[in-house]
Ligand binder design. Structure first.
Ligand SMILES: [Zn+2]
Ligand SMILES: [Zn+2]
Length: 277
């Protein structure tokens, strides 16, 4: 009886809490905390509302990014930074500098991944600020502000959608574009630093004196260095490319999707020329 009472009290508390969350004036534009077809929305302490897209390819790609970050940190600290600081060839500040950039990168990654990219909610008065130029989404069956697009992977329309990024397993839109830009910037700095440290380790700095000959840092030095160099070259080039093209798009106030549509139309016209002639 006590258990039933406890359960019912717990249920009432949870129910009241949920109702309070739904009726929260700041949250009136948001759906209640339920699972959507392609995503979960959770409210975590200290983190607030977290959006998690359930898509296999996105989960695989974002796991690869996490693996790269873990491997990069493990390799750089254990093979380069700590041994060369002990040997006196690197300053101890290298630990803090690399650590700060590394933490900024992973925080930006999680923020971009779990942020609401700008989901279009039904009948919200804030949406009126987007003017009268609205379009209709046949899939969601809702009106949406101009420049919104439907994302099949996320299962909703996104405000000023740039593209769906499998590497963060989230859409890039009005709500998280600045976080995506932060991420590519920090990813570029981190990868470039890793690459420079690898080159110094391979060609400039002397062999580790303080390392144990049987240690992983000595036995697997060459193999692990080649893997780190390969990964950091790929990440440096891709993050720089993304940072540059996104800056160009922001300068012209064009999204990636709008570039693709524009280029597609140009190509169509070019293909259409011979038929007209
Ligand atoms: Zn839609
Ligand atoms: Zn998406």
């Amino acid at each position: 009886m006590t258990q039933v009472f406890a359960r019912s009290s717990m249920y009432n508390l949870m129910h009241e809490g949920l109702l309070q969350q739904i009726s929260d004036p700041d949250d009136r534009n948001y759906e209640p905390l339920i699972d959507f077809e392609n995503q979960s929305i959770l409210r975590l302490p200290y983190f607030g509302r977290v959006h998690f897209v359930k898509e296999k390819m996105g989960l695989l790609c974002s796991s690869l990014i996490l693996f790269y970050w873990i491997y990069g940190n493990w390799y750089t600290y254990n093979f380069i930074i700590i041994p060369h600081i002990i040997d006196g060839f690197l300053q101890p500040h290298a630990i803090i500098l690399y650590g700060v950039i590394s933490i900024l990168t992973i925080v930006a990654f999680f923020r971009a991944s779990f942020a609401d990219p700008g989901k279009v909610y039904k009948d919200t008065h804030e949406m009126n600020s987007y003017g009268d130029d609205w379009t209709w989404c046949k899939i969601c069956c809702i009106r949406r502000p101009n420049r919104s697009h439907h994302c099949k992977k996320c299962g909703h329309c996104t405000l000023k959608m740039d593209h769906h990024c499998p590497w963060i397993n989230n859409c890039v839109g009005e709500g998280n574009h600045y976080l995506f830009m932060q991420l590519v910037f920090y990813a570029f700095v981190l990868s470039f630093m890793t690459l420079v440290l690898c080159i110094l380790h391979m060609y400039v700095l002397p062999r580790c004196r303080s390392c144990d000959i049987q240690s992983v840092a000595v036995v697997y030095n060459r193999m692990c260095t080649y893997i780190a160099v390969g990964m950091s070259i790929c990440m440096t080039c891709s993050s720089f490319g993304l940072f540059f093209t996104n800056h160009l798009s922001l300068h012209f106030d064009f999204t990636t999707l709008e570039w693709i549509i524009l280029l597609g139309e140009i190509k169509k016209k070019q293909l259409g020329l011979p038929r007209i002639l």
